[in-house]
Design a protein around this ligand. Structure first.
Ligand code: PLP
Length: 477
């Protein structure tokens, strides 16, 4: 399988290249140059497989491009992929990895938070960490991983590489804008290769600095820089799997299924789009947003226009620039990298680009978008608790609100709506307690989190300062 850049200027590469570079050299994101197809029989059989086996079936064509066996020195062989996936998903406490629960007529909750850090980011990160380690050992190399997080990516990435002897990791988070649980899950990891940086700014500042570090070719080569953000294709790919397994469990390929996806960087919902491209019968993908509703406004008006970030009780979605949206935009524009480049330049220059109505109608035939404000988010937590006894976190609640709004406007009887549950309620205990009156407890393996010692550096939102800090830390290891 070859991967091409959404900006059309970087050389195509294979899975290994996309894994190791993250962001393409022209500033674009890698996408497969064609979509493989899962056969209806395979989709039907996923429901009977252990999760890691299903993951292998879905991911294999993207890693090898159909050629069976060992892909040689650049690759991850079929057997290796199988082992990596078995190990990655053994780290989940729930045997089925992504269990599905019914919450109402034709309404289901897909719990994605049974991994080590209690958020769905583990689903991909546990795989990514093992892929890196395998490839680095094979080539006897070291790398520096740098990521920006609005909360959950950081801990999932740190957890995935904390035992690595071949990578150092630097995670930037917006100072004071994550929950205490989220921060402590990152800052209490006492490993010599783990470095936390609290940036005095927003998540978008962190993301901007990250992009600038990647665009600094000299620094990039000097420290062998690689990314862990969902701009890395290998982050998106493992998320395709649970759309396929959930749909299969509900009767696909013989019935259609819709999904409501709490959305920030557009990585998770883009994985749903990929699942549909490869044959999973998905009727609707609902973009669920909080007050930071740039994507909902875009779908309504065709104007993709930046505003300031508003802090909310669902902080992992407090994002204006949804990096992965560029992957969808590439398809909207008929895979024309020049048009994507023009849009992205307009966004950087004027804070806005527009897409015309005809193209937008195509997008609307698959995607819906709904916003939940803070009161609606709390009301959704309360409603789900009253109706089912399940406590859901604020991100999941935004998903429920959007799912129910969407179905009110477009009833689809007989099409199950699956709401993705991206985080454990105990990651956001204050909001959940406010809505339900019951404080959700951390699971046993994290119960002493509030007693552990923290380690972090607070830095201004300035490229040069961050770069110097990273250089200094690396010089000491
Ligand atoms: C990362 C995250 C999101 C947003 O997912 P994207 O792939 O960035 O759209 C939503 N909720 C939670 C809890 C997250 O950790």
């Amino acid at each position: 399988m070859q991967y091409v850049s959404t900006r059309g200027r970087a050389e195509p590469t294979d899975f290994f290249g996309a894994l190791m570079t993250g962001l393409a050299h022209d500033g674009g994101l890698y996408v497969p140059d064609e979509w493989p197809t899962l056969s209806p029989d395979l989709i039907r059989s996923l429901r009977s497989m252990p999760y890691s086996q299903a993951a292998w079936e879905v991911m294999r064509p993207f890693v090898h491009g159909g050629s069976a066996g060992d892909a040689g020195d650049r690759g991850i062989s079929d057997a290796t992929l199988h082992t990596l996936l078995d190990e990655a998903y053994a780290s989940f406490v729930h045997h089925s990895v992504a269990p599905l629960f019914q919450t109402g007529p034709d309404e289901w909750l897909l719990e994605l938070y049974h991994g080590p850090t209690l958020a769905f980011k583990d689903v991909a990160m546990q795989v990514l960490g093992r892929m890196y380690e395998h490839v680095l050992r094979f080539h006897d190399r070291h790398i520096t991983l740098i990521g920006a997080t609005s909360g959950d990516t950081g801990s999932a990435a740190i957890e995935a590489v904390r035992r690595s002897t071949r990578s150092s990791i630097f995670i930037m988070h917006p100072h004071g804008r994550t929950t205490e649980v989220q921060r402590r899950q990152m800052t209490t990891v006492q490993a010599p290769n783990v470095h936390n940086i609290a940036i005095e700014g927003t998540f978008d500042d962190c993301q901007r600095i990250l992009k600038e570090l990647f665009n600094d070719g000299q620094f990039r080569d000097e420290v062998a820089l690689s990314g862990v953000n969902s701009i890395n294709w290998a982050r998106v790919l493992p998320q395709v799997v649970y759309y396929a397994t959930a749909a299969s469990s509900l009767g696909a390929p013989d019935v259609e299924v819709s999904f409501s996806v709490p959305t920030g960087n557009f990585g998770d919902i883009f994985a749903g789009y990929v699942a549909r491209q490869i044959g999973v019968p998905i009727r609707r993908l609902v973009i669920a947003t909080n007050d930071n509703d740039i994507l909902a406004r875009f779908l309504a008006t065709g104007r993709h226009e930046l505003e300031d970030v508003t802090p909310t009780i669902s902080p992992s979605m407090d994002i204006q620039v949804s990096s992965n949206f560029e992957r969808l935009l590439f398809d909207i524009h008929g895979r024309d990298g020049d048009r994507v480049t023009a849009d992205m330049e307009a966004l950087a220059r004027d804070g806005v680009f527009t897409v015309d109505e005809a193209l937008l109608d195509d997008v609307r035939s698959l995607f819906g978008a709904h916003r939940a404000d803070e009161a609606q988010t709390l009301a959704a937590i309360r409603a789900v608790f009253d109706e089912t006894g399940f406590q859901v976190d604020p991100h999941t609640a935004v998903g429920f609100h959007a799912a129910r709004e969407d179905r009110q406007g477009r009833p689809d009887p007989g099409v199950p709506m699956v709401v993705l549950g991206p985080a454990h309620p105990a990651k956001f205990p204050t909001a959940v307690e406010r809505a339900t009156g019951v404080r959700p407890a951390l699971p046993p393996h994290l119960s002493d989190l509030y007693d552990r010692e923290e380690r972090l550096a607070v830095l201004p939102a300035d490229l040069a300062t961050v770069r110097d800090h990273i250089r200094a830390k690396l010089a000491r290891t």
